[in-house]
Design a protein around this ligand. Structure first.
Ligand code: ADP
Length: 271
């Protein structure tokens, strides 16, 4: 862009500075482009629920006073659509905050073993028709630098997806493992799977393989984008392996810290 500084013949220090400056401009431009895209996507995504809401309000306005059936149905549908928008807005807020998490929650630590057992037991309660198993191969309590609710949120997103995109085999396998430097979590389902070309896209904002199906399941296409942004924010990795028609495995790796380090951070966080 216009403000970029042209390289001139000069000493190393000067040209180094110029490079740094130009690289910084590129980063700012990328950031602005991303924000512009995001606002465009958001407006687009809000259009559907608002149109649905408008349709029902028009129905109510025309027939609602005379027809109790229209009244009931349209009120219920409007309420459902409002709730959908509410969750969309909450998810968008989560997304905008998720890239600053490591500084915002700098002192936070969580023990993965306890949390995973908790989440699996909660999710089993919420989805009684699913058999959610936990294979725990951790060598003991395993700490990571992450705000507890964020790891919980990521696990819930992945397990909810495993439920939403399941087929006949209502089974979900959660597994935990670690080595010296990493803690890993995997969530496997036996559902519809994701084709190779879509595997790289599902972490994108608002991306859905099947828009209608996702919407019918209450999805906005933001769950995996939030999960990725959170895991990236805490310097971890998230990936997917899938086979169309057979199921998917989502894997997370997070840098491990020692129990002593975790204790130190907790002591520091709570004077
Ligand atoms: P959504 O709200 O649509 O579920 P996500 O960001 O969580 O949004 O997922 C994006 C898309 O990735 C989904 O619409 C679906 O097409 C696909 N997807 C996510 N998880 C799975 C899964 N476990 N099995 C098959 N497809 C999945």
């Amino acid at each position: 862009s216009d403000v970029r500084i042209e390289q001139i013949n000069s000493n190393d220090e000067m040209s180094h500075l110029i490079n740094e400056f130009n690289a910084m401009l590129d980063r700012i431009q990328r950031f602005i482009d991303q924000q512009t895209d995001f606002v465009g996507d958001v407006s687009h995504e809000l259009r559907t629920p608002v149109a649905v809401l408008e349709g029902h309000l028009k129905l109510l306005n025309r027939w609602g006073k005379d027809d109790p059936e229209v009244l009931d149905e349209s009120l219920a549908a409007s309420l459902q659509e409002t709730q959908r928008m509410k969750s969309l807005i909450q998810e968008m807020l989560d997304l905008t905050r998720a890239d600053q998490v490591d500084t915002m929650y700098a002192g936070s630590v969580v023990e993965v073993q306890q949390l995973a057992h908790q989440v699996v037991s909660d999710m089993s309660m919420i989805h009684p028709d699913f058999n959610i198993t936990l294979e725990d191969e951790l060598d003991g309590p395993s700490w990571v630098k992450m705000y507890r609710n964020h790891l919980e949120q990521v696990m819930i997103i992945l397990i909810d997806n495993a439920v939403k995109y399941s087929k006949d085999r209502k089974e979900i396998h959660v597994s935990l493992g670690n080595n010296e430097v990493e803690v890993s979590l995997a969530i496997q389902d036996f559902g519809e799977g994701i084709s190779p070309e879509n595997m790289s896209r599902v972490f994108g904002r608002f991306y859905r393989v099947d828009k209608a199906r996702s919407r019918e399941k209450g999805g906005n296409g933001l769950g995996l984008a939030i999960a990725k942004q959170l895991i990236d924010g805490y310097h971890g990795e998230i990936s997917v392996d899938s086979s169309l028609g057979y199921g998917s495995i989502f894997r997370i790796n997070l840098p491990r810290i020692t129990a002593e380090k975790a204790q130190e951070l907790m002591d520091g966080a709570e004077p």
